[in-house]
Ligand binder design. Structure first.
Ligand code: SAM
Length: 241
């Protein structure tokens, strides 16, 4: 029986082809096939008032390098895309000036039924896009990409893997880094038991589930203390402790 996807992503971009491999491979392709996730890609140029060249950019007022994506085609495109589904969804603008994407925000996004992702290019958008559409502005990190597409893909992947039924082993997102009290994941090992003198820790071969769980819990704290102390509460023990 066909059922409604748990989440629909509408992606607005000047480069729709970037997404063709992304949606047709691996877990995302499977989730789409199984009807759990829907991804619809829209070409912003289709809303260009310039019927001949489909231009959507112009130089910034006040001067400066590069071009900006214009307000008119962007607002009209978002309004049209919103109207394509009964749920207007939440509009997200991918921008380095937005709030940084972190796992709690991903968990919040995964509760949505529909997300509309707006990908910039060039020097970004005319600021009136933000004034008029009031999107949630999200950054992938403190660096500048050429466009919002890679950031949109990261957001889609991080979000869709939290949709119930998407991952084979339902427990795995719970144990992932940043999912349990913001801690990093413990180190993991698989066959062989020894390679070039590097052995799998004995405790993992012991079959004692309590000891394994305790070892893993301690490893998570130690790793987080060593690598990401900013993720531990101020009164957490130091690495040495
Ligand atoms: N002039 C902009 C600035 O300095 O903030 C950078 C524009 S960037 C070259 C072009 C587009 O890439 C942006 O509009 C945005 O959509 C996307 N982008 C770049 N870096 C990003 C990041 N860290 N997170 C999310 N999107 C990003």
């Amino acid at each position: 029986m066909a059922h409604r996807p748990s989440i629909r992503f509408d992606i607005i971009t000047l480069f729709p082809q970037i997404f063709s491999g992304f949606v047709s491979e691996s877990l995302l392709a499977k989730a789409i096939d199984r009807g759990l996730v829907e991804v619809v890609v829209h070409n912003l140029r289709d809303w260009s008032p310039d019927q001949r060249h489909h231009k959507v950019d112009a130089p910034p007022y006040g001067g400066g390098p590069g071009m900006l994506i214009q307000v008119e085609p962007t607002v009209e495109c978002v309004e049209a895309v919103r109207a394509m589904h009964e749920d207007p969804g939440e509009l997200i603008l991918l921008t380095p000036t937005g709030r940084r994407l972190r796992q709690p925000m991903v968990a919040d996004l995964a509760r949505s039924r529909r997300l509309i992702l707006l990908c910039g290019r060039y020097e970004g958008f005319d600021h009136r896009v933000v004034e008029i559409l009031q999107p949630r502005e999200i950054s992938l990190g403190d660096f500048v990409l050429n466009g919002g597409e890679v950031a949109a893909m990261a957001l889609v992947e991080a979000t869709m893997r939290l949709i119930p039924g998407v991952l084979g082993d339902a427990a795995s997102p719970i144990e992932d880094s940043f999912s349990d009290q913001d801690l990093l994941e413990f180190p993991q090992y698989t066959r062989p038991r020894e390679f070039r003198g590097h052995c799998v820790p004995e405790v993992l071969l012991s079959g004692n589930h309590q000891q394994i769980a305790a070892w893993r819990a301690a490893q998570r704290v130690a790793r987080t203390a060593a690598r990401r102390r900013d993720h531990l509460s101020p009164d957490a023990p130091s690495e040495a402790e």
